[in-house]
Design a protein around this ligand. Structure first.
Ligand code: C2E
Ligand code: CA
Ligand code: CA
Ligand code: CA
Length: 289
């Protein structure tokens, strides 16, 4: 490093320090976020392609963070941070376990609150991260949440990526079975992007697969992507799995997917992830676009 000259070395060092400092700042802010009630849930419709009606809502975590340099106080400015920015940190430091538990509990409480308001009961699809899935206390904590909130387990689906399933090794089947035995459903998220061992589809009590956005994005232009979707549909049909297409943004994609027999879809074409209040309005009956 010395040979590069003093300035180069310092420049490099400073960049590293800045990245580390930013990361440290994000992480220490995240540590208190749960206690400060800065997390919130948004809900994105999953629709039936045939009827364009609501089938379920995917639960998506957001962090409402006090913005840097915000004035503070009751009306402090906030920014909504997306999960891609902070979930990796939570995964790394283990906070995904308590935060993930908060997500499950809050989603179940929200569902019960909606039902008490007389809104139709719609299944909620909740994401489970790899580390959360590997955590020994998961099944117990789900059981406790079901008992305490009184939610009908049939209204809860869990989404797990194939990579998370493969990491878990021997305990995977046990955990999945226990969740399944409680009456909750399981879907494979981001299907086709992870470490794919199709054999697990037969072994695991899975009901649904979600075709990753990567295969939907260029569906209209790419015959390869159309072939992949057709193959996934054929596989799913023969294993009696239902399929959700993610990231549907155009009418053309929607038509192609419907034509391929894909029963369920999710994406900006229908709705963005909505805060609880807007999701309630949607449940109250305003039609989807
Ligand atoms: P995911 O589970 O694949 O969720 C779908 C993501 O695609 C969401 O991003 C959603 O907002 C986005 N999306 C939906 N429709 C469209 C579309 O038409 N176009 C485009 N470009 N994007 C669309 P989001 O909310 O930023 O979440 C990102 C990821 O963070 C999720 O990917 C999931 O892996 C993770 N995540 C979100 N909430 C949770 C959570 O509560 N727990 C865990 N463990 N992970 C979560
Ligand atoms: Ca998901
Ligand atoms: Ca996904
Ligand atoms: Ca994804």
């Amino acid at each position: 490093a010395k040979a590069l000259g003093r300035n180069n070395y310092q420049f490099f060092d400073q960049g590293m320090n800045q990245a580390a400092a930013r990361r440290f700042e994000l992480e220490s802010n995240l540590r208190g976020a749960l206690l400060r009630s800065e997390f919130e849930l948004h809900y994105q419709p999953i629709i039936c392609t045939a009827t364009r009606r609501l089938h379920a809502l995917e639960v998506l975590l957001r962090w409402r963070r006090r913005s840097e340099g915000g004035a503070g106080g009751a009306d402090a400015n906030t920014v909504l941070v997306g999960p891609d920015e902070f979930i990796p940190i939570l995964e790394e430091n283990g906070m995904i376990v308590p935060v993930g538990e908060w997500v499950i509990r809050t989603a179940c409480e929200q569902s019960m609150a909606w039902q008490r308001q007389g809104l139709p009961a719609v299944p909620l699809a909740i994401n489970l991260s790899a580390r959360q899935f590997m955590h020994d206390g998961l099944v117990e904590s789900i059981r406790r949440i079901v008992g305490e909130t009184g939610i009908d387990p049939a209204l809860v689906e869990f989404e797990i990526t194939e990579t998370a399933l493969m990491q878990h090794g021997g305990q995977t089947l046990d955990t999945l079975r226990q969740i399944n035995d409680m009456g909750m459903r399981l879907s494979i998220d981001d299907f086709g992007t992870g470490y794919s061992s199709l054999a697990y589809l037969k072994r695991f009590p899975v009901r649904k697969i979600k075709i990753d956005r990567a295969f939907v994005r260029e569906l209209e232009a790419s015959s390869e992507d159309r072939a992949i979707v057709a193959a996934v549909m054929a596989l799913a049909n023969s294993l009696q799995l239902s399929v959700v297409a993610e990231g549907v943004e155009t009418e053309g994609q929607y038509q192609l997917l419907g034509g391929q027999g894909c029963q369920l879809a999710q994406g900006y074409l229908f709705a963005r992830p909505l805060p609880a209040g807007e999701a309630a309005r949607l449940l109250r009956g305003s039609a989807l676009q």
